[in-house]
Design a protein around this ligand. Sequence first.
Ligand code: CO
Length: 134
Amino acid sequence: MIGRLNHVAIAVPDLKMASASYKNTLGAIVSSPRDEPEHGVRIVFVDLPNTKIELLEPFGDESPIQAFLDKNPSGGMHHVCFEVDDILSARDKLKKEGARIIGDGEPKLGAHGKPVLFLHPKNFSGTLVELEQA
Ligand code: CO
């Protein structure tokens, strides 16, 4: 059912520092920061030949990644995002398999303007999984 790894998202306490280490130390192509107030994050995209890394810094008071950073002050992997062809049929299949969908179960528009859903980490070895309709 799942297709390409669309991105790995890493929550960071300091986006400037994190961007600099990907750019200068790892030699990656790193975008300028982009504010996503409706998602409560400021994002930098790291372009890799086969996928992307998204560095996420909290933006605003109700950022969904603040609690994660409270538990992991130096940052860490926040979620992985897999592409699916049809998000509604993926959701229905996952529900049938007993996976827990976060929120009301309706796909929302994600950071790339495409429909996304998040699956509870308890079903996937402690990893938050995002599905994006490619
Ligand atoms: Co994501």
